[in-house]
Design a binder for this molecule. Structure first.
Ligand code: FNR
Length: 175
């Protein structure tokens, strides 16, 4: 199973659309993670004597996935709070779900730079968990509002060639 993690909760999110395009190129089963989690709070952890059920579910999905793709919007040149919140919660679960997990990072934005700067902050945020980060090729979809077709496909051949290369690198990392 390929796990898709979007840093956006928006229904029409370009980043979530991008994840589905990559999942179709990857083939097989995929699941979209639910990052609509409570805000991290150690008091809540103490109250529950652990993490919320939905956080444990996310951690289990990461552990079970053969590979993970994270797509984050860029909010003020950084990853989104939604994504950082999820990473912090998962860091409190047991079993090191990220350890050696093949992970690709991608991003989309209506702006000119396609969330490129957000990617650097995602690298910093995820590095502590020692995933097997796919180093490239980089995929930043610029002007995302005019790139996706109505049916959710991405007609741009240059982007699709980059997606094929990412998919191949991810599959090589799972072998
Ligand atoms: C943005 N957006 C944005 N875009 C960008 O390229 N660089 C940036 O620094 C920012 N900053 C930013 C901050 C905040 C608070 C919001 C709400 C938006 C625009 C952003 O890329 C756009 O809303 C995307 O459509 C968000 O991604 P999804 O939801 O389409 O995946």
């Amino acid at each position: 199973m390929l796990l898709l993690i979007s840093g956006s909760l928006r229904k029409e999110s370009f980043n979530t659309k991008l994840l589905h395009v990559i999942a179709r190129a990857y083939g097989g089963l995929s699941e979209l993670a639910d990052l609509n989690l409570p805000l991290f709070n150690e008091d809540l952890e103490a109250e529950l004597d652990g993490v919320p059920t939905e956080v444990q579910k996310l951690s289990d999905q990461i552990k079970a996935a053969e590979a993970v793709i994270i797509a984050s919007p860029e909010y003020n040149k950084n990853l989104t709070g939604v994504l950082k919140n999820a990473l912090d919660w998962v860091s409190r679960t047991k079993g090191g779900p990220w350890k050696d997990k093949p992970v690709a990072l991608v991003g989309a934005s209506p702006g000119r730079e396609g969330a490129a700067r957000a990617m650097h902050s995602v690298v910093l945020a995820i590095k502590p968990f020692q995933p097997r980060l796919i180093s490239g090729p980089e995929l930043h979809i610029a002007a995302a509002h005019s790139e996706f077709a109505q049916d959710g496909t991405l007609p741009n051949e240059r982007y699709m060639a980059t997606i094929e290369a990412i998919v191949q690198n991810l599959k090589d990392a799972t072998a």
